[in-house]
Ligand binder design. Structure first.
Ligand code: NDP
Length: 281
């Protein structure tokens, strides 16, 4: 079998077009503020890409670049200022933060109504409860890929490999909310390959290049690769050994060009939805 390739670039482009069409009908431009602390090169590239995609979708994206020496108290004061600013619809604090700044303290300072990353405990709780919420962008993007590829979720056995707060846990909540039977696997899981083989839908978010091998995949399964790993030779690799798994899977995402483009598109959608909800109040 040769898997159908789920093309995240095309699906994300049509989502961005849809967002652009929706923003064009508004009487205002939604405003996203990205707070970037320090000089992490990967973060800087990512933030620049977000800015470009936002502009093309009719969203006004501003970056607040702060020095590495910014303290937790200073950062929280800045976030509180953005919370209070009626012109700001979405706040994204780019992770990682400097070692002396607690992620949790900063995330909890963000107004949940402006929390376009969906990391605030209130949004996390709403997601787990199955209530409308701003859901984290990467898992949200995965759900859209599954939908675009017409993969049945209700009743399917889904295995989420990885349990981070950013990807694995919210991914599991979204799949459960869509009526999948969900297993979360992680570094302590016994017989990881056998767990994965049970999956109709396997979402790999571990950060280990090509951990998932051909014999971990059930014939015909859908494989979504969230991993972005930089190899010593500079190339990007996913968490899934793409070529060999594509021979067994029914559908599979490539890296790059799979989940990655969806994350930014979903950030824009979260910003638009946060703007619409807050400005309607
Ligand atoms: P984390 O490092 O926060 O979490 C990794 C998870 O994988 C942990 O739950 C860990 O288990 C588990 N894990 C690690 N090694 C193994 C192993 N050998 N076997 C089984 N489980 C293992 O990573 P993130 O969730 O933040 O990111 C995961 C990947 O996704 C990374 O490559 C990252 O770059 C990528 N990513 C891509 C995005 C995109 O837009 N496409 C967005 C965000 C992330 P334990 O909890 O037991 O330690």
């Amino acid at each position: 079998m040769t898997a159908k390739i789920i093309d995240g670039r095309t699906i994300a482009a049509s989502l961005r077009d849809e967002i652009a069409a929706r923003t064009a009908r508004l009487s205002y431009r939604p405003v996203l503020v990205v707070v970037l602390v320090g000089q992490n090169p990967a973060s800087s590239i990512y933030v620049r890409n977000k800015g470009r995609a936002a502009a093309a979708a009719g969203i006004d994206s501003r970056t607040l670049a702060l020095p590495e020496s910014t303290t937790e108290a200073e950062l929280i004061a800045i976030v509180e200022g953005l919370n209070a600013d009626p012109a700001v619809d979405g706040i994204l604090v780019q992770l990682p933060l400097p070692p002396d700044v607690r992620n949790s303290a900063v995330i909890e300072a963000i107004d949940p109504a402006k929390d376009v990353d969906g990391f605030h405990p209130l949004n996390v709780g709403r997601l787990v409860d199955g209530l409308p919420s701003l859901a984290p962008c990467t898992p949200r993007g995965v759900m859209k890929l599954l939908d675009a590829a017409a993969i049945p979720i209700s009743g399917a056995r889904a295995v989420v490999l990885g349990r981070s707060a950013i990807v694995g846990k919210p991914m599991a909540s979204l799949l459960l909310g869509a009526d999948a039977t969900v297993t979360i696997a992680h570094s302590r899981t016994r017989n990881l390959d056998a767990e994965c083989r049970r999956a109709d839908i396997l979402v790999a978010a571990v950060g280990r290049p090509e951990l998932v091998r051909r014999d971990w995949i059930a014939p015909g399964a859908t494989v979504i690769d969230v991993g972005i790993n930089r190899l010593p030779n500079g190339q990007l690799a996913g968490d899934v050994a793409f070529a060999e798994c594509a021979e067994v899977a029914g559908a599979i995402t490539p890296v790059p060009g799979g989940v990655g483009p969806m994350t930014i598109a979903c950030l824009l959608e979260n910003t638009l939805e946060a703007a619409a909800a807050r400005r309607a109040r």
